[in-house]
Design a protein around this ligand. Structure first.
Ligand code: ZN
Length: 342
């Protein structure tokens, strides 16, 4: 099969498009013929190498996938060859306290495909049967591959962690990203008012098209001052952030009393400084979040099917153009997701 592999960490030239044998499946696994995959920021970190995280190389990256079941192991009952499926990216032990109470993403053995085992940037993906979910004909492979990880991540941040309520003012940082475009839609679905930040005039219009009520261009305007104006000095109840260091201080200043800042990443740097006076005086909550519960993906797929949540696709490219795709994401040129077709 054709696939992308990383043999050593580094720049774009380390993404090698090559042919390798199709993986063999175990009794509890499914072989998925990948019809679409999509890029996430984690793909860049994995290519570059993460300090303190050991990744066995060579490895196929790619965390999102949708496709058709090609083969099932003898122990797999819920899908059969020919079925359309979407992949739930997180693999956990299945028997610890967290797995049993539905918080599989808190399992100590939790890993992602494309991070600690071969991922989806390939024609075929071997994955545990419990990690494939049936995919309705109403959802395209491209939509499923574009939406699964970012909507699951944004869902946990807004619904589980921040417990968004109708009427809340929600600030979504960095709307051009997949997480940003998912967070705007989920916040609107729950009846919140959404203020988004972005860096370009072109993205301002696109953010409004997918539901943002107000958009702040952080290159031209002070986010905390604009939030003060837009909320009549109150501040926002919830901030959804994945950017980190470069926006952290402005975010802390933009929260209302009792406000919640949910962080799922730090693309601009992790060593942000927090003015603790705001945290205790305003009784703020800073909440960490990563991925989401597998079960929530079932709920999200229902909203995709009904068209109430729509994965935003920036462009589709052949998987063979992986280097160009990484370059576009690294430079932040996209709005929504870059989908790759093997
Ligand atoms: Zn577990």
């Amino acid at each position: 099969m054709n696939c992308v592999r990383i043999h050593e960490h580094g720049g774009l030239d380390k993404l090698i498009y090559e042919e390798i044998p199709t993986p063999k499946i175990k009794a509890d696994e499914v072989l998925v013929n990948v019809k679409a995959t999509s890029l996430n920021h984690i793909d860049i970190w994995i290519r570059q190498g993460l300090p303190g995280v050991k990744i066995a190389l060579p490895m196929i990256p790619g965390v999102d996938a949708a496709g058709v079941v090609a083969e099932v192991g003898s122990a797999v009952r819920h899908v059969k060859p020919g079925d359309r499926v979407v992949v739930a990216q997180g693999i956990s032990c299945g028997h610890c306290k967290f797995c049993l109470n539905g918080s599989d993403n808190l399992c100590k053995d939790y890993i992602l495909i494309g991070e600690h085992r071969d991922g989806a940037d390939a024609e075929f993906l071997a994955i545990p049967g419990r990690n494939v979910l049936p995919l309705s004909e109403k959802i395209s492979f491209e939509q499923a591959a574009a939406g699964a990880l970012v909507f699951l991540t944004a869902w946990q941040m807004l619904v589980e962690k921040a417990q968004v309520q109708p009427g809340d003012d929600v600030l979504c940082v960095g709307v051009g990203s997949g997480i940003g475009s998912a967070a705007i839609q989920i916040a609107k679905l729950f009846g919140a008012r959404v203020i988004a930040t972005t860096s370009s005039e072109e993205k301002v219009e696109k953010a409004k098209e997918i539901g943002a009520d107000d958009v702040v261009n952080y290159k031209k305007q002070s986010v905390s001052e604009e939030i003060r104006k837009l909320t009549s000095k109150k501040g926002v109840e919830i901030i959804i952030d994945h950017v980190g260091k470069s926006v952290w201080d402005e975010c802390i200043r933009s929260l209302t009393k009792g406000g919640k800042l949910v962080t799922c990443g730090a693309t601009s740097g992790y060593d942000a400084v927090t003015d603790l006076r705001y945290v205790f005086y305003k009784q703020l909550q800073i909440l960490g979040s990563t991925m989401g519960k597998k079960g929530d993906l079932v709920t999200i797929l229902k909203f995709f099917e009904e068209g109430k949540l729509k994965p935003v696709i920036d462009r589709m490219m052949p998987l063979s153009q992986i280097k160009e795709a990484h370059r576009i994401l690294e430079e932040g040129k996209q709005f929504g997701k870059i989908v790759l077709i093997p």
